[in-house]
Design a protein around this ligand. Structure first.
Ligand SMILES: [Fe+2]
Length: 206
């Protein structure tokens, strides 16, 4: 069964000023779609085609199969990123809309324990996202002993290959923000905090 491009879990007109519908049209409709197409083309007719996405990521990474790994990891990273996002609060018009009210009880406790609070976590995450040289992702992940960590990962790298559980991510490839922010990556990062689906983040812990 080939992998497929997931639908976006929100109305793309409701995430301004973080991301315009035009950005989603390219970022989801062109970039993410291309990763899925290239992944399917690369694994078609091979034993990898029988595996789950996580298994393809781990196997291709272990085997140094960059062509498969990059596209599989980017498919995972982008799918995860979309789930981390929610419409602006004032645009949420029905009960199915995801909350953006702030971190839930479990994640709040862990952010307090491991970073000293939400504000300290935000500052450290912003620093990681801002200073990542070139293309990549800033992540909040949980390590094997349960501690939260901020990861600054290049290109297609993903917490899965470190055996860590992803909780939250921000794409800082230029294709994620150039239409709306041009080269102003820090402005894009600062705006992110108003569009997080904290409900999704909380669910990753259980
Ligand atoms: Fe991206």
């Amino acid at each position: 069964m080939p992998f497929s491009l997931p639908d976006l879990p929100f109305d793309t007109s409701n995430l301004m000023p973080f991301c315009s519908a035009e950005t989603f049209q390219y970022h989801h409709g062109k970039h993410h779609a291309a990763y899925v197409t290239k992944l399917n083309d690369a694994i078609n007719g091979t034993p990898l085609a029988e595996l789950s996405l996580e298994e393809v990521i781990l196997r291709s990474h272990a085997e140094g199969n960059k062509a498969v790994f990059n596209n599989a990891a980017q498919h995972f990273n982008h799918s995860f990123f979309w789930n981390c996002l929610a419409a602006a609060k004032e645009k949420q018009t029905n009960a199915a809309d995801a909350p953006t009210t702030g971190p839930g009880p479990q994640i709040s406790t862990l952010l307090d324990r491991d970073f000293g609070g939400l504000d300290q976590f935000k500052a450290a995450f912003n620093q990681a996202a801002t200073t990542l040289f070139g293309s990549g992702w800033a992540w909040l992940a949980q390590n094997g002993s349960g501690k939260l960590e901020i990861l600054q990962l290049k290109d297609a790298d993903t917490p899965l290959i470190q055996g860590k559980k992803p909780l939250l991510t921000l794409d800082v490839w230029e294709h994620a923000y150039y239409i709306d922010f041009r080269n102003r990556r820090p402005d894009y990062i600062n705006t992110f905090w108003d569009f997080i689906n904290w409900d999704f983040v909380e669910k990753q812990l259980s």
